[in-house]
Design a protein around this ligand. Structure first.
Ligand SMILES: [Fe+2]
Length: 308
């Protein structure tokens, strides 16, 4: 990539190339030259992987995809996670159990009422988090596709956890480098006052340990592994742990580390959950439908196996 420009070009064979235009100083890029409704070649997939290692968030515009095409595209990068953990399977709107329904819609297509339990829990996605950080093996890539977007609001913001680590004061780096955090959906929902879990859901949401600083398996770069799902740090008093995580999150989501994506219909955004956090922004969810759909590729190992 020419550092004077902001374009990263990758040859994909027979004189063809794809391009990625950088959107923010440290990360995020707009992809050019893809039609994701067609099966992608190995060279195209490798180009996207290269772009993800560099930019961590990649935006594809004007990609008209159905659920099957979205799933097939995501599956080119690895095994797809099952949707949800607290699960509201009785309320599922989508036929494919591996597609996450990121919408404010009920099974009949109408907007959820204000006190809907699924809606209440979903509001936790407005907190900064990394998808599936509460799973023993947390997520690698998320693929989010926009079908219906509100006239304003409902953006998604991303924060670069590699750049945040790089900029963290040296003393703080030393303090946090070896820490192990506990992640659970119960913790993130508790932060917005949602505690309406059944005994079975609580059991399914047993906290899992994750490193607070992790190393990317390919690039070797370190990044903060923060998430609203964190509720404890091993060996720490909980109030001190919560305050440290809050301070780190505030630092790591400063404007210099953030890209805000304003959704257009048929946008597809991929992000790397190992190196970024994200959050949804609010919109008039009682008035306007917002229908986004996500598939998520599993990571390869617990962060406890990282050598930091
Ligand atoms: Fe998310």
């Amino acid at each position: 990539m020419d550092s004077a420009s902001t374009v990263f070009k990758v040859q994909i064979g027979s004189g063809q190339e794809v391009q990625f235009t950088q959107l923010r100083p440290t990360f995020a890029a707009q992809a050019h030259g893809f039609d994701l409704s067609q099966p992608i070649t190995d060279a195209q997939r490798d180009a996207i992987d290269q772009a993800m290692e560099r930019f961590a968030v990649v935006v594809f515009s004007d990609q008209k995809l159905d659920d099957e095409q979205l799933f097939s595209f995501g599956a080119r990068f690895g095994p797809i996670e099952g949707a949800g953990t607290t699960t509201f399977q009785d309320r599922r709107r989508l036929a494919n159990a591996q597609i996450n329904d990121i919408s404010n819609l009920q099974a009949d297509g109408t907007i959820m009422p204000a006190d809907d339990r699924h809606r209440m829990s979903g509001l936790g996605n407005l907190l900064w988090h990394s998808d599936s950080s509460y799973k023993t093996v947390p997520a690698q890539y998320s693929f989010l596709h926009a079908r219906v977007v509100p006239p304003e609001g409902g953006e998604t913001e991303f924060a670069d956890m590699r750049a945040a680590w790089d900029e963290l004061p040296a003393k703080l780096k030393e303090r946090v480098k070896g820490l192990i955090c506990e992640h659970s959906m119960i913790y993130s929902r508790g932060k917005i006052g949602f505690t309406d879990f059944s005994a079975e859901e609580i059991k399914r949401c047993t906290p899992v340990p994750q490193r607070l600083v992790r190393r990317h398996e390919k690039t070797g770069r370190l990044s903060l592994f923060l998430s609203a799902h964190i509720g404890r740090i091993e060996g720490w008093q909980t109030p001190e742990a919560i305050l440290l995580i809050q301070d780190l999150t505030e630092f790591a989501t400063g404007p210099q580390f953030v890209y805000q994506h304003k959704w257009q219909v048929n946008d597809l955004v991929i992000w790397d959950n190992r190196t970024t956090m994200h959050r949804g922004r609010s919109f008039e969810s009682h008035t306007y439908p917002r229908d986004l759909r996500r598939v998520t590729v599993q990571g390869s190992a617990s962060t406890l196996r990282d050598c930091v």
